[in-house]
Write a new protein. Structure first.
Lengths: 501, 330
């Protein structure tokens, strides 16, 4: 009953006309920055934060939150259409989503992403309303050792992202982890692999790597073949998912939502893991694993649901503990402070209208996102008919402008060219970019948490196995590695035997 | 990146001057002739940004012009400070900086400005107190207990901080030097993750600004031992000061001050300082700062002279502590 009263309070706040308006503005802006490669939600929130200082606190937070989850939503569009993931989670969507687009099934892919995101957003909002405080307590049990084991598990699981050899996928992960070490060491300030260039002190930018390895490499690959390059997509099929599609996405959406909602709660990077853990799960349990990487709709619906669910539940540490899980959340802490609200565990009790109003607005925001995005699908899909002579230069232009506008750092643009070429060469060698990208994102988290765990334990590595959550995660990682590597060993043996005969 | 943003800032400054140089008024009589930009060398929404935006409007009113706040973050505030050091010394580009102004020369080898030579001080703004906080179930009950406990268990106690050169790191260095111990420091990337692990009980204790800790303290999620200012903090009336607790040397606050490029005409500096004093006397500003657990400095401290004396003294203090600890941020 209490919950009901609280939700009533929330909806009565969220349905105030100015709150609905700014919620819409937030998700609209979020979708826009999600669609444009480069400009991310963090930069947008940082730029708009000063404007919101004149708003009511709840209105300001509703709009800023809308930008964050709206961007998670919009990021899938460019990933599917032109293989340009703007956020790490969208890299997974690009795998099968873009394959679907190449087969003329961009419409069903976008629709599956939209429907999955909406369902996941709705469920995660309920989770947020019902179970935020207890979940926050679970999140606090995750210390550096647990995060290290979780990230390691995630990295090993990401081997399944690859279509081909597990060994090559492992090599790509390792390369990604190494690229992630470029820049200043956070513990000592020592510059690593910066070649003396100040511009590299901050590390290589994620967007440059993603845009290069996915977008530019894809364009280079398309240019190879004169017959297929006339347009990105020959024929565009139906805009809406078929009955068969609809049946196939139910399970992935449900599982993705559950996984995403659970992982999103962890403030130390859980939301990064959500989308590709979902992909790995779907590929593992699918009856048609061979279709993954060649346009399986499950590979779009699952990760997109997971991603959106995680985007909602990652607000739990912020709202219940006052602890930010993401740079966007850190900016929102600033918004709290400016409005005279001390972020912390007391916000739920001291500012119930704000807490419940924000939660209710997330549901409204999800409805608005679906209303906004479903009609847009037809327009997006038509974009694919643009001839390549026009489309490809435009993609490159937008990618370069977007990336440059992040930090005004010319190195980020050079990096696009470098990773574009590298990505192309790697594809030619049968190595895929997705595991590299995830190694690049997760590598720094892996190192940071391992070193922190060892600093706290005074160099005693046994903490990784004596802490129960960490031990379980490590055991899972070993099991996942065995499952991933064993079939390829067996297959190689079979090949060897076949040659002997 | 730094050269580039510097170039953009320079081009921006030059074109602004070119665009607005309708008259030749340099005597300060016509000041302000155009918008005044206060550069905040940290991101929007952070504590320094918040304080700047609080005083921007009342200062604009006192000056009879418009004041714009611009964020130029990077490298511990040295990027934005460098921008202002090279700006036109006409009072239209002002820098808001915190304690980092006095620690940067010791922390950064290749700093491209000198705080005392390249800037003129306008006045101090506020001092945000810091608190010594610990995980909820950490054994020591009082600050004195804490000091004897860390001395006895120097091999196992962990001291978190928000990154090299962060206020929490400096405060931790000062604590170790005052207590005469060397503890295992655990750096994080920002206050958020450090505080998360403190609330979760992964690390033992840390020192951080009241802005960040007061919510957790009043909710009982962390244990507060002391505040590092001479007087108790209004929002935390039960927490003793370090002086009361027997460690007067641990006196550190995140003090904020306004600067203009060296060579700015003194009468313009005086005008700015007067506007700052007017803003700090504004009841709305006092109320907003109280919510952050801080207060404006006295009118006597919001002057160029008091600010310069304080900066000089702080530069010497931190140069020694940082050199002793052997810390480099480069």
């Amino acid at each position: 009953m209490d919950l009901f009263d609280n939700l009533m309070l929330g909806f009565s706040t969220a349905f105030l006309i100015q709150n609905v308006l700014y919620c819409f503005l937030g998700v609209l802006l979020g979708t826009a920055v999600g669609v444009l490669p480069g400009i991310g939600p963090t930069a947008t929130v940082a730029m708009l934060l000063p404007i919101t200082f004149n708003f009511e606190p709840v209105t300001a937070l509703i709009m800023l939150a809308g930008i964050y989850y709206g961007a998670q939503y919009g990021g899938s569009t460019t990933a599917i259409l032109i293989n340009l993931p703007g956020e790490s989670s969208a890299a997974v969507t690009a795998l099968d989503g873009h394959e679907m687009a190449r087969q003329g099934r961009a419409g069903p892919a976008l629709a599956a992403a939209a429907v999955g995101s909406f369902f996941a957003g709705t469920v995660a909002t309920v989770v947020l309303a019902v179970a935020a405080p207890p979940l926050a307590d679970v999140a606090l049990r995750f210390g550096p050792a647990e995060y290290f084991s979780l990230v390691l598990f995630g990295l090993i699981v990401s081997i399944t992202l690859a279509r081909g050899s597990a060994l090559k996928a492992l090599a790509m992960i390792a390369l990604g982890v190494l690229l992630g070490t470029v820049g200043q060491d956070i513990y000592t300030g020592t510059p690593r692999f910066t070649l003396g260039q100040r511009e590299l002190f901050g590390g290589i930018d994620f967007v440059s790597v993603a845009v290069g390895m996915f977008g530019i490499a894809e364009i280079l690959r398309n240019l190879e073949n004169e017959r297929t390059r006339v347009a990105l997509v020959g024929a565009v099929g139906s805009l809406w998912p078929t009955a068969e599609d609809r049946r196939r996405i139910v399970g992935p959406i449900l599982r993705g939502t559950g996984l995403g909602a659970a992982l999103g709660v962890l403030p130390g990077g859980g939301h990064v893991l959500a989308s590709f853990t979902s992909y790995a799960v779907e590929k593992r349990i699918s009856k048609r694993p061979q279709e993954f990487g060649h346009g399986a709709i499950e590979g779009v619906a699952g990760p997109e649901s997971a991603n959106n669910a995680a985007a909602q539940t990652s607000f739990i540490p912020l709202l219940t503990l006052g602890l930010p899980a993401h740079p966007v959340m850190a900016l929102m802490v600033g918004a709290f402070i400016v409005h005279g609200i001390t972020p912390g565990p007391n916000v739920i009790n001291d500012e119930p209208a704000l807490f419940w109003g924000l939660i209710a607005s997330m549901w409204i925001g999800n409805v608005l996102l679906v209303l906004l995005n479903l009609p847009l699908i037809g327009i997006w899909v038509r974009m694919l008919r643009i001839p390549y002579q026009v489309l490809f230069p435009m993609i490159v232009l937008f990618a370069v402008i977007g990336t440059y506008s992040l930090n005004f750092n010319a190195y980020d643009v050079y990096a696009i060219a470098f990773f574009g070429l590298l990505g192309y060469v790697l594809i030619k060698c049968g190595c895929e970019p997705a595991p590299l990208l995830l190694g690049f994102v997760l590598g720094p988290l892996l190192e940071e948490n391992l070193r922190r765990a060892l600093i706290i334990s005074r160099g005693d590595a046994s903490v990784l196995v004596t802490r129960p959550i960490s031990a379980v995660l490590l055991a899972l990682a070993v099991a996942a590695l065995a499952v991933a590597v064993l079939p390829s060993i067996r297959r190689r043996r079979e090949v060897v035997f076949a040659e002997d005969e | 990146m730094r050269t580039l943003s510097r170039m953009i800032a320079a081009i921006g400054a030059v074109s602004l001057v070119a665009a607005c140089s309708g008259n030749d008024g340099t005597s300060g009589g016509g000041y302000p002739e155009q918008n005044i930009t206060i550069v905040v060398p940290f991101s929007a929404g952070g504590p320094t940004d918040t304080v700047t935006r609080m005083i921007a409007d009342p200062m604009a009113k006192a000056l009879g012009g418009k004041v714009v706040v611009r964020n130029a973050e990077g490298a511990g505030g040295t990027v934005g400070a460098g921008d202002v050091a090279r700006a036109q010394p006409d009072g239209h580009t002002v820098l808001m900086h915190h304690i980092g102004m006095s620690t940067a020369p010791a922390l950064y080898k290749n700093l491209d400005y000198q705080p005392l030579e390249d800037f003129a001080t306008v006045g101090l703004v506020t001092e945000v107190p810091m608190t010594v906080v610990a995980r909820q179930n950490f054994e020591p009950a009082t600050f004195q207990d804490l000091v004897s406990h860390v001395k006895a268990n120097a091999g196992t106690v962990t001291l978190a901080n928000a990154g090299i050169g962060a206020a929490s790191h400096l405060c931790g260095l000062l604590f170790q030097s005052a207590a005469g111990v060397k503890l295992q420091e655990v750096p994080y990337q920002g206050t958020g993750p450090a505080l998360t692990d403190l609330v979760g009980g992964q690390v033992d204790f840390m020192c951080d600004q009241t802005t960040n800790t007061s919510g957790q303290i009043s909710a009982g999620k962390v244990k507060a031992y002391a505040v590092t200012t001479p007087d108790r903090v209004k929002s935390l009336p039960d927490v003793p000061t370090t002086t009361e607790a027997g460690m007067p040397q641990l006196r550190v606050s995140v003090w904020h001050g306004l600067y203009v490029p060296a060579g700015t005409p003194p009468e313009i500096v005086q005008k700015l300082s007067g506007a700052l004093q007017a803003a700090l006397a504004d009841q709305a500003v006092i109320d907003q700062m109280a919510k952050l657990g801080t207060a404006p400095v006295t009118a006597a401290d919001a002057t160029p002279e008091a600010h310069r004396t304080h900066l000089d003294e702080q530069l010497k203090t931190w140069a020694k502590i940082i050199a002793d600890a052997g810390v480099q941020a480069s």
